[in-house]
Design a protein around this ligand. Sequence first.
Ligand SMILES: Nc1nc2c(ncn2[C@@H]2O[C@H](COP(=O)(O)O[C@H]3[C@@H](O)[C@H](n4cnc5c(=O)[nH]c(N)nc54)O[C@@H]3COP(=O)(O)O)[C@@H](O)[C@H]2O)c(=O)[nH]1
Length: 827
Amino acid sequence: MDNFRLLIEQHMDVVFFTYGLAFFALGLAILVQPKEESRYEISQLAGWLASFGLVHGTLEWLSLWKIIHGDSAVLSLLNIVFLLVSYVFLFEFGRRLTRSILDKIPSIPNLVKRMLGAPIYGVVALAFLFELLTVPDRMLAMTIATRYFLGCIGSFLTGIGFLLSINKKSSMYIEKSVFSWSTKYFVLATAAFFFYGVLSCFVAYPANIVSGSVFNDQWFLEKFHFPVQMFRAASAVLAAIAIGNILRLFHMEVREKLLSSLKSAKEAEAKLRISAHAFDVQEGILITDTNNVIVRVNRAFTHITGYTTEDVMDKNPRILSSGRQNTSFYAAMWESINTNGAWKGEVWNQKKNGEYYLEDLTVSAVKDTHANVTHYVGILTDITMNRAAADKIEHQAFYDTLTDLPNRLMLRDRLTPALALSQRNNHNGALLFIDLDNFKTLNDTLGHDIGDLLLQQVAERLVACVREGDTVARLGGDEFVIMLEDLSEHANEAIVQIEVIGNKVLGVFSQSFKLTTHNYHCTPSIGITLFKGQNLTIDELLKQADIAMYQAKASGRNAMCFFDPQMQTNITNRVALEKDLKLALAENQFMLYYQPQVLHSQKIIGAEALIRWHHPQRGLVPPVDFIPLAEETGLILPIGQWVLETACAQIKSWEDNEHTRHLQIAVNVSARQFHQTDFVEQVSHILSHNDINPANLKLELTESLVLGDINNTILKMRKLREIGIRFSMDDFGTGYSSLSSLKKLPINQLKIDQSFIRDITSDHDDAIIVQTIIAMATSLGMEVIAEGVETEEQRAFLELLGCPAIQGYLFGRPMPIEQFEALLKKG
Ligand SMILES: Nc1nc2c(ncn2[C@@H]2O[C@H](COP(=O)(O)O[C@H]3[C@@H](O)[C@H](n4cnc5c(=O)[nH]c(N)nc54)O[C@@H]3COP(=O)(O)O)[C@@H](O)[C@H]2O)c(=O)[nH]1
């Protein structure tokens, strides 16, 4: 121990150097550490401590090297100034640190806090005054006062400041992660400055009651055997170590800030990347400021509009305006943006190259956190093509592709408001249903392409007949409809107006149509119905016009006909009849009646089978009421087959009896039935199925049937003749059969129509016609029969003229088989 003391005493210069070095290093360390913008309050105050360290450290070195010493008054004063300045820095640091921490601790009385302001300097000043007054040596008084009232108290305050810094409520509050290791350095700093403060009191000279004889370095040496400077140097080193480590807090803070700013930078970069990506979408984006000046556009915008970013930057979006929207459009748009924050709609704009385009546009106002609009963002898509495609689809849905006229759907679409309007304004409207006569024949003979050409030309001519507001529609096939609106409120006047149009239509058909190389004459049948918002559906109206059109056709074609309610009744009846007729076969409501065919001797040679319909409600329905409908609807085919089968079954039944074996049955065959491609097969099948003598079956054909397609008819008749079937030409004399065509036909019998028989005895012409027919049949080797013979005079006349066979009420009406067979038995 003594050796160590000796060593210290011999090397006091090293002690002083270490002492100065410790404080200088402390000051330097604080200076070079980054403190700016630190969240620790101590960082703002550390400059005072650094100043203390640097000045006090320098002072120790200057003293050590005897650059300033007490030998000269000036140097002595300089020494005191250095000392005073350094301790003022320490005192100020300690005062500020302690005060700032205490200020943040509410439980500390304000008086204490305030004491650390100006009052403490007042106390120090009084202390200095006391020293100066009580110590005659002014230099000594200043030295003592400086050491005691600035150095010592400044050290204590600094120690207290570091101690308080550990308090969580202080501004030095340290995070948990660094608390454990930093706390000990705060404690060390506290201890070092307390220790240093106490030791400062011993570096004094006995002078007055403050620096008594106890507090001097001699007393300290005697008491502790080591010079007080060694302990001061040690406390300076400890303070430097503690502060140096506390400074790591700043270092860590800087690093943390660096890391955090790096993280923020990365996040910002990511955000930028995301927003750049979001901006680089297919929709055009245009951003304007609140003055509606374009501040940014994206790539899609330039692609859509053709404008480059430079072209539009700082310009008003009106640069895109096409002029197709009026000012009220834009006013409404801004009204919506200002009240709802957004607007969405379609706008026609103009590209850089002048091309107009339709854009789907959404404009939204961008607001800051205070709800103030900062920008407007427009998101736009060029939908010109979509609109064109949608228009095309709509056009295809509502317009006829061949003629480009409105189709049925569109007509219905326009009819609905037209009906409502006619009701509101009490004006008549009309539908003209136009059907081309014989269009099917044209199609069948010249082909569909030619048919299409005709339809296109008809469409053009019909459109030329009406005003621009009227509708010409094609329903399909050769059916057209003209809808006329806003006609006179008086039906008579409206009819006149319609007739003008109707005649125009008939007129435009008077000129032939040029269909490639063909000059084709076509006529229309026009059915017309009026409407004035009456309680009719569109379908009912169209039906009325359709019915009237059929009436026009029935009246001889190339005509127009107004709908009449009676037509409707007829149609309704017809529809009901057709419905019943469909059930008749299945419900076994048909019967065959037989009308005798006789010789003048009254010998029955056969019968004509005539169908009868026993309807449960309608009663007995005569063939004239349902055969034409059956022919029209095609029901004649199963009905005709049933007749043939029933008649053949009857022949079979008669063939089984020797008294009736010779009887023939004549069956009426309709044109539609005969023209079936497999008619021959059907008949031969029925014959073989019933196993009858074909010669007993006579098929009655009309002149019109035979002449319609004479070559095909002859072919079929020959095949049937080959089987053995016989033919009778029904209603002979009413048609236009020429002798030459008659010769070609394999006919067995001519049946003179009853219209010639009716007045045969009184009408010379009829008598001559009948005579001629009989002569013709005889010369062609055919049999002849007269029908409709009702009187004995007629019979006698026919006998006179040489007609061998007769049929008529005179010998019997058509009758059920039971009656007919009873008649047969009577002989
Ligand atoms: N395709 C088919 N047509 C048929 C069938 N059954 C009948 N018909 C055709 O219906 C028309 C009307 O027939 P209907 O009412 O039976 O009249 C026939 C006779 O009753 C009538 N007739 C006979 N004699 C007299 C008479 O002295 N006076 C008089 N006023 N009428 C008389 O003539 C009708 C027979 O005519 P037609 O066939 O020309 O010989 C009629 O056109 C039938 O053809 C059927 O099954 N299939």
